[in-house]
Ligand binder design. Structure first.
Ligand SMILES: [Zn+2]
Length: 397
């Protein structure tokens, strides 16, 4: 089982270099949009280009000429454009209305070569040479370098640089992954399961913030950690009760809100990317009504996170050709997700572990639920297709 983690870290960008980052992001967006333009055809999806190498071979030299970006940034931007078109083509194939994707948001992808980590800072490629940005962290926490880059457990993947226009800050979202040795048999099981290939089921839970039916986990333990940290500091300031403490409290509240939003944005982006990478044309969540009753152990910050996460995915996914649906939460955590079983019983779920009382299938409980969510939607869709022979074509007369 593949486990990925993302840590959003605020960067201290030297004042005189902020414009370099803004300009880099603008050029990155330009490259990504040039790639979608090149790959897209309004006539037919068979005329769209979905191979990264084809787009890169055609555009790389031109884009290096047109921009001041480094080789790796240009390549990442092209890749992003191709991925977006690929997502739209999948939707198109299934009869949905699509149009050429366009990038408008401030976001850049850094790989190992365009971002170099040091103990307290990261050095980033820009249109104007490298810029060194210190990590802004509480003094007692391990730095991202210690936690993710030096870690033997996790492998550094890539990072996204984002800019929050509201608080005028830059955030670096560091992504790492590891393979869980205990779950070695699971990825193969996922890939054999063709039923899930076009539907990405997402379970929102307490054990993990979100789990996908592909076996990808967003643990959210960083999220919990920082929420507790903020809570503790709030408590200390409230006890002091001075005007200065009151003002500091307000500032802290603003920072916390911005930080949480950034975190959820990252997870939302990753869920959409997971769908695109696995060629899913639909992301399916459970309906969030009554979530407090259904998840009595969810803390207030979880309930807030679930709602935001759904909202963000709902507006980000269509940009990449993926739609978002909801299904009724109906025993998804108690049902065995094995296609040939499906036995449903409340004893099947034992905390974090799902263990089918009938066939003995034992697996992470949230992952089991995510698969059921995907299956439920898949069945609903098949049923609809069978019962309406004209589905897929929209005729207006
Ligand atoms: Zn079973």
């Amino acid at each position: 089982m593949e486990v990925r983690r993302t840590a959003p870290v605020k960067l201290a960008v030297p004042d005189e270099r902020r414009d370099d980052l803004h300009e880099s992001a603008r050029q990155f967006r330009h490259c990504a949009n040039r790639a979608t333009e090149f790959c897209w055809s309004d006539r037919s999806y068979t005329e769209c280009v979905t191979a990264n190498t084809t787009a890169r071979d055609a555009l790389y030299d031109e884009l290096r000429e047109e921009t001041d970006l480094t080789a790796n940034l240009v390549q990442e931007a092209i890749r992003r454009g191709v991925q977006a078109v690929k997502g739209c083509v999948e939707r198109w194939k299934s009869g949905k209305r699509v149009s050429q994707p366009e990038f408008t948001s401030w976001s850049m992808l850094y790989d190992k070569r365009s971002a170099t980590f040091y103990r307290n800072k990261v050095s980033l490629s820009t249109v104007n040479g490298r810029v060194e940005c210190a990590f802004e962290l509480p003094s007692d926490s391990p730095t991202p370098y210690e936690r993710y880059v030096l870690s033997e457990e996790f492998e550094f993947r890539a990072s996204t640089l984002q800019y929050d226009a509201v608080d005028d800050e830059f955030y670096f979202h560091i992504t790492t992954r590891k393979y869980d040795s205990e779950g070695d048999d699971e990825p193969s099981e996922v890939s054999e399961d063709t039923e899930h290939q076009t539907v990405l089921g997402i379970d929102l839970g307490v054990n993990s913030l979100a789990v996908a039916s592909t076996g990808r986990f967003w643990h959210g333990d960083d999220y919990d950690h920082w929420c507790r940290e903020f809570e503790e500091r709030r408590g200390e300031m409230q006890q002091r009760g001075t005007q200065a403490a009151h003002n500091a409290l307000l500032r802290l509240g603003k920072r916390e809100k911005a930080w949480r939003k950034q975190y959820i944005h990252t997870v939302a982006n990753e869920i959409v990317t997971e769908a695109v990478e696995h060629e899913c044309d639909v992301i399916v969540f459970e309906e969030l009504t009554d979530i407090r009753e259904r998840l009595p152990h969810a803390k207030w910050h979880h309930v807030w996170a679930f709602r935001r996460l759904f909202e963000y995915v709902e507006y980000k996914a269509p940009e990449r050709g993926v739609s978002v649906e909801q299904v009724k939460p109906n025993h998804t955590s108690q049902r065995c997700s094995r296609t040939d079983c499906g036995f449903t019983h409340e004893d099947n779920r034992q905390g974090e572990v799902f263990c089918c009382q009938k066939c003995g299938y034992e697996v992470n409980a949230d992952y089991n639920a995510a698969k059921n969510i995907g299956t439920r939607y898949g069945r609903k869709r098949q049923h609809r297709l069978r019962s309406s022979p004209k589905s897929g074509t929209e005729t207006h007369q």
